[in-house]
Ligand binder design. Structure first.
Ligand SMILES: O=C(O)c1ccccc1NCC(=O)[C@H](O)[C@H](O)COP(=O)(O)O
Length: 204
């Protein structure tokens, strides 16, 4: 079954809605963003996440010691790296990693070969921040690329309206969303439910 990650959650209601609707991952952003949470906030928010839902911390070019401290304090299951982290940096981290790649061309996808991680998140090129910009990249690049059994999370501009088509066309291991389940910059309970339903129904 296709997995779903809802990213940039900042309140209890949105977390409980996502968990009840069947999300597999919940993301907390520890990078510069309008969705950034403090370690203390994340620690409290993490207490509302049921144990079967994986907690992901999103970082951009953060120091290893800081990541390790936050993983311990918040009780994260995965770290998601959205910066210029090298394959060597990823290999040194002692916990599961989701590495994000900004996809402009096939060349960007070729980078995946150098990395060993648990999931490969394909996202659109950076806008104001290094993620969460609400823009899609050209899915044709992902459709035609041979991922050789790598687990891919598709992200960037997904919405309740287009996620089923994305799942059918790209056949990723999972999908990730932030802006597409927001209204006026805030997470929208109805959109979260619709997104998860549409993603899970849309799989082949
Ligand atoms: O969500 C953010 O604000 C963010 C900021 C800096 C780095 C990464 C960030 N988000 C990572 C995500 O996993 C997003 O869900 C992903 O980029 C897709 O975002 P969207 O196009 O808004 O659905």
């Amino acid at each position: 079954m296709v997995q779903v990650k809802i990213c940039g959650l900042m309140n209890k209601e949105a977390i409980q809605t996502a968990a009840d609707a069947g999300t597999d991952f919940i993301g907390f952003v520890f990078a510069k963003s309008k969705r950034e949470v403090t370690v203390e906030q994340a620690k409290e928010l993490a207490s509302y996440v049921p144990s079967h839902v994986k907690k992901v911390g999103v970082f951009v070019n953060e120091e290893r010691a800081v990541i390790e401290e936050i993983v311990q304090t918040v009780g994260l299951d995965y770290v998601q790296l959205h910066g210029d982290e090298t394959p060597e940096f990823v290999n040194q981290l002692p916990f599961p990693v989701i590495k994000a790649f900004q996809v402009r061309s096939e060349k960007d996808l070729e980078q995946l070969e150098s990395y060993h991680c648990d999931y490969y998140l394909l996202d659109s090129p950076a806008g104001k921040y290094r993620g969460g910009n609400g823009e899609a990249f050209d899915w044709n690049l992902a459709k035609t690329f041979n991922f050789l059994n790598k687990k891919v999370l598709l992200a960037g501009g997904l919405t309740p309206e287009n996620v089923a088509q994305a799942v059918q066309e790209v056949v990723p291991a999972g999908v990730d969303v932030s802006s597409g389940v927001e209204t006026d910059g805030e997470k929208d309970i109805e959109k979260i439910k619709q997104f998860i339903l549409a993603a899970k129904k849309g799989e082949n």
